[in-house]
Design a protein around this ligand. Structure first.
Ligand code: RIB
Length: 348
């Protein structure tokens, strides 16, 4: 079997994040506490989170011929993300002014800019040439492009995952080409017209999954996530209880990590646990990509989970030598970092 790989057809944004104890009312000016500029966009965030687990990731998107576009391209190179199907077009890159209050909740406006020029033909080319195990997309790039990519993926038996964010009407063909759908609570309500929490929520989630013939995962913030898989009752994954600083991008870290779990053969509940752990880590720091687990932290998370028996030691037949649980043959148990090996070892 060839090595699992993830193709993200998705957005890039420069996040302009203002933090304040409370957010202003209409017509009001307030003094905030902190400002941060960082690299975001739901597609880029998901790609970066996945890449930090050492899985090969490629990105399809368009950036503007401005300084922001060049910064995104350098960021992808630094993160080890394949940019063969990234394009630079005339005009502005996407930007996202973001407000975050003292509880860590955000309000976001995205100005899509060059994201709107993400080309369907290039996306199909990427599916054919990169030969991914999964294609991951969101709703900040044209749906026609995602439809083209998902159609090409479906023809080849490649899994598709749509993170329907931000909430927008979805063209029916896109939904019909989607294997995994990952809305958050508000996106679930916008798509299916009911609450994803409270009395009767599991029945509503089950009904939405069945009606759309899709594997449905609803992310529920501090409540974790609910999974509706074919022929099973809805199952819940709890999120670790952590102090929240900034929730921005937490959903994207969930999707990136969940995709890693899926392509590496984790059972979906275990993949969702991995994803919840990553999202919980993200909310404890400011920013989006800047709040994600580093490569070393992602590795430590995996080693710790295996040591505690929460995930199977053998995720797949190891092919390469090394200490990376998802890629290699040997895992070092009970240690924070794969390089600081002194204790027992488990052969995968
Ligand atoms: O999901 C968070 C992301 O949404 C931010 O990075 C922002 O760019 C918007 O795309």
């Amino acid at each position: 079997m060839s090595e699992p790989r993830i193709l993200v057809v998705g957005s890039t944004m420069v996040d302009l994040i203002a933090y304040a104890k409370r957010l202003p009312e209409a017509g009001e000016t307030i003094v905030g506490d902190r400002f941060q500029i960082g690299l975001g966009g739901k597609g880029a965030n998901q790609a970066v989170m996945a890449a930090r687990f050492g899985v090969p990731v490629a990105m399809v998107n368009a950036v503007g011929d401005d300084a922001y576009g060049a910064t995104h391209m350098k960021n992808f190179a630094d993160e080890g993300i394949d940019t063969s199907w990234m394009r630079t077009v005339k005009g502005s890159s996407g930007v996202a002014p973001i407000w975050v209050d003292a509880s860590g909740m955000n309000r976001i406006i995205t100005i899509l800019g060059a994201n709107d020029a993400t080309d369907p033909a290039v996306a199909v080319q990427a599916v054919n040439e990169f030969q991914p195990t999964i294609v991951v997309a969101q709703l900040e790039t044209p749906q026609a492009t995602t439809v083209a990519a998902f159609r090409a993926a479906r023809e080849k038996g490649i899994t598709t995952l749509l993170n329907p964010a931000p909430a927008r009407p979805i063209v029916p063909e896109l939904l019909s080409l989607t294997d995994w759908l990952t809305p958050n609570e508000s996106e679930f309500a916008a798509l299916f017209g009911g609450e994803a929490t409270g009395p009767g929520a599991d029945a509503r989630i089950r009904a939405a999954a069945d009606a759309n013939k899709v594997n449905l995962i609803v992310t529920l913030g501090v409540e974790g996530a609910a999974l509706a898989l074919p022929g099973e009752p809805v199952r819940h994954v709890a999120a670790p209880k952590v102090p929240v600083v900034d929730t921005t991008g937490a959903g994207d870290s969930f999707v990136g990590a969940f995709s890693v779990g899926l392509v590496r053969g984790l059972e979906p509940m275990r993949a969702a646990e991995l994803a919840c752990a990553c999202a919980s880590a993200s909310v404890q720091k400011h920013g989006t990509q800047s709040s994600y687990l580093s490569r070393e932290e992602a590795q430590a998370l995996l080693c710790g989970a295996v040591a505690e028996g929460r995930w199977p030691a053998r995720l797949r037949q190891g092919a390469a030598k090394g200490t990376d649980l998802l890629r290699g043959e040997v895992v070092h148990v009970g240690l924070a970092g794969a390089d600081q090996v002194a204790g027992p070892r488990v052969e995968l």
